[in-house]
Design a binder for this molecule. Structure first.
Ligand SMILES: NC(=O)c1ccc[n+]([C@@H]2O[C@H](COP(=O)([O-])OP(=O)(O)OC[C@H]3O[C@@H](n4cnc5c(N)ncnc54)[C@H](OP(=O)(O)O)[C@@H]3O)[C@@H](O)[C@H]2O)c1
Ligand SMILES: *[C@@H]1O[C@H](CO)[C@@H](O)[C@H](O)[C@H]1NC(C)=O
Length: 332
């Protein structure tokens, strides 16, 4: 290829990239007039986003799971920020929140719906779990999110609003058994179909894919307490297939990797949520955090064999397998 051709391609690429940057930075007008409803504002990303949007002048309606969370948020904001109690596994609670928002927003409709609430536990090796364990996560992270979204769609269409759904890198690369990865894959696919269906009405849908951050969802105390519950109720056969030492090794390796990966700067995630709400042209997907951008999301595009090897390195191997194989050989 000749030098002029190469220069031509390079220049076009740079110009296209600059146009994209300019387009990406165009903001909507009159953010101040707009209503935003956020779920899961007791702690973590939801709590920080509620405070930030409130400071920016949005009219924030923050949904909290507990009365305590709601009072704490109200104590550090002004009465202009409204809170409402919302438990996503309870249809009546969802209906109450929708009614409250409908009254608050009146003829304006709802500009922003941020589906942020979620839980991670029970999470652990798949054969340690039962159906109830799967339901406990799926009912909140996926079924609850769908119910909230369906019930807010009329208000969102009225305002030509936006839906911002919090998925995860674990919705692109499945590991850690239980409902969590499943729920986040579900959020990805629900959001994709919602975006395609709602484009005709001017409602835009964005997906946030955070890596690992220090919040309630990654709290090791909570995760380990639940893992003890799972391990202690295992049948002797399943336990011995893993080996007695497995549990402690699992905890050790999990602590090491969580402490390595978890980022304390939650604004990396809330900045993406803010962009999705305030940019004239919100992006479809936001990878949030260095680990997401440079490790988890690229790994999700790698061949499964490569991802399997990488993920195998992150957790210990069951030792009981070797023992039971050796025993079988002697039996024969
Ligand atoms: N932290 C991470 O590394 C990470 C990575 C990727 C994605 N995410 C996602 O980010 C979102 C926010 O989580 P976070 O990391 O900020 O953790 P968090 O601090 O635990 O926030 C989750 C929020 O959801 C609320 N919640 C839990 N169960 C609920 C229910 N049944 N109904 C209504 N609300 C409920 C929690 O209330 P309580 O505080 O009262 O329990 C809390 O306010 C979640 O969807 C999570 O899956 C987190
Ligand atoms: C949420 O609702 C479920 C089902 O009604 C209930 O079991 C759970 O205790 C509730 N959680 C809170 C914090 O109120």
């Amino acid at each position: 290829m000749g030098f002029p051709v190469l220069m031509g391609i390079l220049t076009s690429a740079i110009i296209l990239f600059m146009c994209w940057i300019i387009r990406d930075n165009i903001k909507i007008k009159d953010a101040r007039e707009k209503y935003v409803f956020i779920t899961g504002c007791d702690s973590g990303f939801g709590n920080l986003l509620a405070q930030r949007l409130h400071q920016k002048g949005f009219t924030v309606i923050a949904a909290c799971l507990t009365e305590k969370g709601s009072q704490e948020l109200q104590a550090c904001t002004s009465p202009a920020l409204k809170t409402v109690i919302l438990n996503l596994t309870n249809t009546k609670s969802i209906d109450n929140a929708v009614e409250f928002v409908a009254e608050e927003t009146g003829s304006k409709g709802l500009y922003g719906l941020v589906n942020n609430a979620g839980r991670a536990t029970p999470i652990g090796p798949t054969d340690w779990l039962d159906m109830e364990d799967f339901h406990r996560v799926l009912d909140v992270n996926l079924i609850g999110l769908i119910e909230v979204t369906l019930k807010f769609l009329p208000l969102l269409k009225k305002a030509k609003g936006r839906v911002v759904n919090v998925a995860s890198v674990m919705g692109r690369l499945a590991f850690g058994g239980g409902g969590y990865s499943l729920s986040k894959w579900g959020v990805e696919s629900f959001s994709d179909s919602l975006r395609r269906d709602m484009q005709h009405f001017g409602v835009k849908v964005s997906i946030i894919e955070p890596g690992f951050f220090k919040t309630g969802v990654t709290n090791l105390e909570i995760i380990e307490k639940d893992l003890h519950r799972l391990w202690n109720r295992l049948s002797p056969e399943v336990k011995s297939s893993y080996g007695e030492k497995y549990f402690n090794n699992y905890l050790k390796v999990q602590r090491l990797s969580m402490n390595t990966f978890c980022d304390a700067d939650l604004s990396k995630v809330t900045n993406c949520m803010e962009h999705a709400l305030t940019a004239q042209y919100p992006r479809t997907r936001y990878g949030a955090g260095w680990d997401a951008k440079f490790f988890w999301l690229p790994l999700s595009y790698a061949p499964a064999a490569v991802a399997d090897i990488m993920l195998k390195l992150l957790l210990p191997q069951p030792l009981g397998i070797k023992k039971s194989l050796a025993k079988n050989q002697i039996d024969v």
